[in-house]
Ligand binder design. Structure first.
Ligand SMILES: Nc1ncnc2c1ncn2[C@@H]1O[C@H](COP(=O)(O)OP(=O)(O)OP(=O)(O)O)[C@@H](O)[C@H]1O
Ligand SMILES: [Mg+2]
Length: 240
């Protein structure tokens, strides 16, 4: 399944865009893997749009809602500096947020935290930021981070009209970079999409991308249900 350059035990959850459901799916995968008896660590290497959490000394620290979700799913007790080492308050792409904060994202810091988490856990679920070409530094994109982490990816995609273009672009670009893509997870984030496009997209995605749709996740009210992404978990582990 994974190429020889991709040896790490884990999965990188990317998406066709921001807001497609990467966090919900990543946390769903974590809960599913844990239900299967695995020790799973989590990481959201870079988060933007963070909130201020008051500290005892009167100051504050920036925290990420995405990281909170992942940590709650994993129940690992790993500190925020490892789980989410780079945090920005502005809800912008990492390169833009970093520029406005007169800062440059340290890839080394992210990869150090990643290696530490890898040593601690059997398997890691890492949530990306935006899509594959979200810029982190002028010459470093999310796709480069996936390569450096040596993880296979899953692509979270919208169900309806437009997703063929976005998903095929994402999968083909990932493959062109030598990233192993395990499959696509179609997620009904906004509502249950019952359009003709949504009803017909899954086989076309599989045909044009040459990889399976691991699961179609419905628009759900119980997002913390451990069964939410279980079908995808089984397929990722080759147990289906
Ligand atoms: N299957 C689902 N059922 C119901 N609501 C969902 C589902 N998936 C996602 N959502 C909702 O859609 C919104 C976007 O989801 P989410 O935050 O997971 O996207 P994301 O891709 O992680 O976004 P970002 O790029 O900001 O990290 C959230 O409000 C989330 O609760
Ligand atoms: Mg998210």
């Amino acid at each position: 399944m994974a190429s020889s350059t991709q040896t790490k035990a884990g999965v990188f959850v990317t998406g066709t865009d921001t807001g497609v459901g990467k966090t919900v799916v990543a946390a769903g995968l974590v809960r599913g893997f844990r239900m299967m008896g695995m020790d799973v660590g989590v990481m959201k290497p870079i988060a933007a749009g963070c909130y201020r959490s008051p500290r005892a000394d009167g100051g504050f620290e920036l925290r990420s809602e995405d990281a909170d979700w992942l940590v709650e799913a994993a129940q690992t007790g790993d500190g925020l500096e490892l789980v989410c080492p780079v945090r920005f308050e502005l809800p912008l792409a990492p390169l833009t947020a970093a520029r406005l904060a007169a800062h440059q994202v340290s890839i080394e810091q992210i990869l150090r935290a990643y290696e530490t988490l890898h040593e601690r856990h059997e398997f890691l679920v890492v949530e990306g930021v935006g899509g594959l070409m979200a810029p982190i530094r002028q010459d470093y994109f999310v796709a480069d981070m996936i390569k450096d982490m040596k993880l296979p990816a899953v692509v979270v995609a919208r169900p309806g009209l437009g997703t063929l273009n976005h998903t095929i672009l994402t999968v083909k670009y990932a493959k062109s970079r030598g990233i192993s893509v395990l499959g696509i997870i179609v997620n009904h984030a906004e509502q249950q999409d019952r359009s003709q496009a949504a009803e017909t997209n899954v086989p076309i995605l599989e045909e044009c991308c040459g990889i399976p749709v691991l699961q179609v996740v419905p628009h759900a009210t119980r997002l913390k249900d451990p069964n939410l992404c279980l079908e995808a978990c089984r397929k990722i582990l080759g147990k289906d």
